[in-house]
Design a protein around this ligand. Structure first.
Ligand code: SAM
Ligand code: SF4
Ligand code: SF4
Length: 340
């Protein structure tokens, strides 16, 4: 069964946040001193997640990404990977991590059947890493990337959020670092999602500015092929090195957005910017069958009208989306809860 929303967009891509906890405090995601955490009793167990994934595949989901918070903080994550990897409709099973725990887990994740790995890395400078994340963990992240490469994840993707005056002088260094592992670096525009309480327009480095910086150093870049529903525009440098840019702030890809997000406690969101979600944990723990949950998903997706980033782009006086107080009142509005 393939269901289209009100803009004709299918549901193909599910991002599952397996925990709202994190071992970093990135400035663009978790800059506050304190957070409200999801109650432990509400966190879905692996069987529950697997049942929900079955219902999602009934609607056409064939790409699943595990994320968080920091997904590698979730105990026994390779067990969940193994359960999902055996599901025949899933043709792409990926994970996004900050890499700190990767050197311990890369081999187990590969053995469990994980297809692809994205590691977030915003700087190669130790002092800057500490300023950006409030933790002294750059060496662990670099070790993690080396371990993932050795475990056979090829090509690894490296995601970098670019912030003006913070790390926009490291674009070339990051590309050169990526070359060492044949990893594809993707530069992400700083987004004003829930959690980004320090966001301001002048901190955003746009796709055009990123391309300009790279062209000034390497020479003209060429557009490369990319999947129409993929968020990244892909390019190549004159030496053939591929890289991506996710222009989610200045050129949002809402018109082709086929993704939805499931939080660790079973709330389902149709957009990164959505204020209200659907409580799937309640349905599941209330005894709903897979068929009943699929029917619920179909009804909700059929009414989907979300184009959050496009609507934000049209706003004139634009500041951080939500205040720290609003986020403490409902942690589901946080990027680290809903899974970036
Ligand atoms: N903790 C893992 C990590 O950092 O890779 C997974 C979860 S994190 C929320 C997923 C992605 O969201 C990361 O690549 C992060 O850089 C991105 N992200 C978080 N806040 C963002 C923001 N304000 N703008 C753009 N990307 C953001
Ligand atoms: Fe950083 Fe990811 Fe943690 Fe957010 S969830 S603070 S992006 S490591
Ligand atoms: Fe999809 Fe919402 Fe992001 Fe637009 S803002 S691309 S609709 S998740």
């Amino acid at each position: 069964m393939s269901t289209r929303d009100t803009h004709g967009r299918p549901l193909q891509n599910l991002r599952i946040s397996v925990t709202d906890r994190c071992n970093l405090r990135c400035q663009y995601c978790m800059p506050e001193e304190s957070y409200t955490w999801l109650p432990r009793k509400d966190i879905l167990d692996f069987e529950e997640i697997a049942t929900l994934v079955d219902a999602f595949t009934d609607l056409g989901v064939d790409k699943v990404r595990l994320t968080g918070g920091e997904p590698l903080l979730r105990h026994d994550l390779p067990d969940l990977v193994r359960m999902l990897a055996t599901k025949q409709p899933i043709r792409d099973l990926a994970l996004t991590t900050n890499g700190i725990l990767l050197s311990d887990q890369a081999e187990a994740l590969k053995a469990a059947g994980l297809h692809r790995l994205t590691v977030s890395l915003d700087t190669l400078r130790e002092d800057r890493f500490v300023d950006l994340t409030r933790r002294d963990s750059l060496a662990k992240v670099l070790e993690g990337i080396a371990a993932a490469d050795a475990a056979g994840f090829k090509p690894i993707k490296i995601d970098t959020v670019v912030m003006r005056g913070i790390n926009d002088d490291e674009l070339i260094d990051l590309i050169e670092f990526g070359k060492r592992y044949e990893a594809e670096v993707r530069f992400i525009e700083y987004m004003d999602v829930g959690g980004a309480t320090l966001w301001s327009r002048d901190r955003v480095v746009s796709r055009d500015q990123i391309l300009e910086t790279l062209a000034a150093h390497y020479g003209d870049t060429k557009t490369a092929s990319s999947d129409a529903s993929a968020p990244a525009d892909r390019y190549t440098l004159p030496d053939g090195t591929a890289f991506g840019i996710i222009a989610s702030t200045t050129a949002p890809f809402c018109s082709a957005c086929d993704r939805a997000r499931l939080t660790a406690d079973g709330m389902w969101y149709l957009c990164l910017y959505a204020r209200i979600g659907t409580d799937l944990r309640g349905a599941l723990r209330g005894g709903a069958s897979r068929e009943e949950i699929s029917a619920l998903l179909q009804r909700v997706w059929g009414r989907r009208d979300d184009r959050g980033a496009e609507r934000r782009l049209a706003e004139r006086d634009r500041d951080a989306l939500l205040s720290a107080e609003q986020l403490r009142d409902d942690p589901h509005l946080e990027m680290h809860t809903r899974g970036g």
